[in-house]
Design a binder for this molecule. Structure first.
Ligand code: CAO
Length: 446
């Protein structure tokens, strides 16, 4: 003997006229107990209505886009076997949404004791008030950072594909993730334009979704390919490496005098002699003195790979974004050779003509913003390197020499280092050593 059930919208709080945003079953379909029948979406939350028992859908009372309120019949179904009505009140178990989706609760469909009421065509047993409660599956943007905003069907779809929904940007109403978003995400990972799971053991909340055009005129401009690629690496390095930035000042008054005295010689050869080549030489000297800065952690994170070569990466600002070409064997080149190479590499970087191999193999990087300005910044370590030197603009300052103030050219240095490899005292020693090299130009290996 079969039994008909009317599935009604249960008490879902102080809401009415809630849109049906997903119809997950159709007439004639056989469903399992707890299987999602439809999804409702209010201004504040999305929730699914599950089947109270296993059976067959005999009549759909709602269609996509309809609005419903508490007590409305949404589906009529025929139970597989005679079941007693569920308990009068079933409290939603306090479990996570994912658990709810994975593990239907037996308690939700447990028949109550006592004989089943006789079914009648005019008054079917209603399970609206007594069925399994609706399952809240997400909260609209206001709760960015908790659960990704997607329906149960999309969650199941994402689970099947192994997609972490917190990494998917929703294009549906209010930022809701739809099937196409999941597909697009999979495609972007496969083509390498989106990072796969961080593998860092923690998940980051998604950025807030804001419709900026609500506040004024906007223009959407896609990021360049370089920005997308370097952006994901910078992000990884920033969140995965414990950075500390050590600041110091180098007195480069004598170095500047030396540089200016040699400017003509460089210009005759077709390039400029900027402070950067002196910084490369001072960095090589400091890397020799502190070899664990010229190193990388291996993949296990338990060994330091010490490098016996001195290849220095230079951050170059190009119209399409940041690139870091590498000057090899800086210990074996003089400042004019370095300046010539730097001039060639930075020109080709701006023209987008660098070969991939020219951006590989660096031991330590320098990011110089001295030609632009600023007094200090925090450069991001270029993994797998363990430190990067940031350089700001030099200024002539009044420096006390013990008897009087002297005008001295002071260069701000900002060394970011990986605190897993370098402790604070050595960060300060390295930076001071490097500054000391610049301050003693006569003894530099130029
Ligand atoms: N203090 C004062 N003046 C400085 C200076 C400093 N620290 N560094 C450079 N200058 C001067 C140079 O001497 C040059 O002066 P002249 O025009 O009078 O000759 C001028 O500033 C411009 O230098 P430059 O930038 O052309 O040359 P550079 O060798 O210093 O740098 C390069 C080359 C390719 C590194 C640089 O052009 C560049 O792209 N810098 C940006 C790097 C960057 O974006 N870093 C951020 C990465 S993280 O987002």
């Amino acid at each position: 003997m079969t039994q008909q059930f009317e599935v009604k919208v249960p008490d879902i709080g102080d809401f009415s006229d809630i849109p049906v945003i997903e119809v997950l079953v159709s007439t004639g379909e056989v469903v399992a107990a707890e299987q999602s029948l439809l999804t409702l979406e209010s201004d504040k939350a999305t929730m699914e209505i599950p089947a109270p028992v296993a059976g067959t859908i005999t009549r759909m009372h709602v269609a996509l886009g309809d609005t419903v309120s508490e007590g409305d019949i949404v589906v009529v179904m025929e139970a597989d076997e005679t079941v007693e009505p569920p308990p009068t009140v079933v409290n939603a178990p306090q479990q996570t949404v994912e658990e709810q989706a994975e593990e239907p609760s037996a308690e939700m469909v447990k028949p109550a004791s006592g004989p089943p009421p006789a079914p009648s065509s005019t008054q079917l047993p209603s399970v609206g008030e007594r069925q399994s409660p609706p399952v809240a599956i997400g909260t609209v943007a206001a709760q960015a950072g908790s659960l990704p905003y997607a329906s149960p069907a999309i969650r199941r779809f994402a689970r099947k594909l192994g997609v972490d929904l917190s990494k998917v940007t929703g294009s549906g109403r209010g930022g809701r993730i739809v099937r196409e978003d999941v597909k697009a995400f999979v495609k972007s990972v496969m083509t390498g334009s989106a990072p796969a799971s961080s593998g860092l053991g923690f998940e980051l909340p998604p950025p807030p979704k804001v419709n900026f055009s609500r506040y004024g005129e906007v223009e959407v401009k896609p990021l360049s390919k370089i920005q997308k690629v370097s952006g994901s690496y910078l992000h990884r390095n920033w969140v995965s490496i414990p950075h500390v930035t050590q600041n110091d000042l180098a007195d480069i008054t004598d170095m500047e005098a030396y540089r200016k005295a040699n400017t003509e010689k460089a210009l005759e050869q077709g390039f400029k002699l900027t402070p950067l080549v002196f910084l490369i030489k001072a960095s090589v000297a400091a890397l020799k003195e502190f070899p664990f800065f010229n190193a990388s952690l291996d993949e296990s994170g338990e060994n330091l790979v010490l490098k016996k070569f001195f290849h220095i990466g230079i951050a170059v600002d190009t119209p399409n974004g940041l690139v870091v070409p590498v000057i090899r064997d800086c210990d074996q080149k003089d400042i004019f050779e370095l300046a010539a190479e730097l001039s060639d590499l930075s020109r080709r970087a701006r023209e987008g003509k660098l070969k991939p191999v020219e951006m590989q193999g660096g031991c330590f990087s320098i990011s110089s913003l001295g030609g632009i300005g600023g007094t200090s910044f925090t450069p991001i370590i270029n993994a797998p390197e363990v430190a990067i030197l940031g350089v700001s603009r030099s200024v002539t300052q009044a420096v006390w020499d013990g008897e009087s103030f002297q005008p001295r050219v002071m260069l701000p240095l900002c060394l970011s280092y990986d605190h897993r490899v370098v402790d604070g005292a050595n960060g300060a020693r390295f930076t001071r050593y490097l500054a000391g090299c610049l301050e003693d130009v006569e003894n530099m290996d130029l």
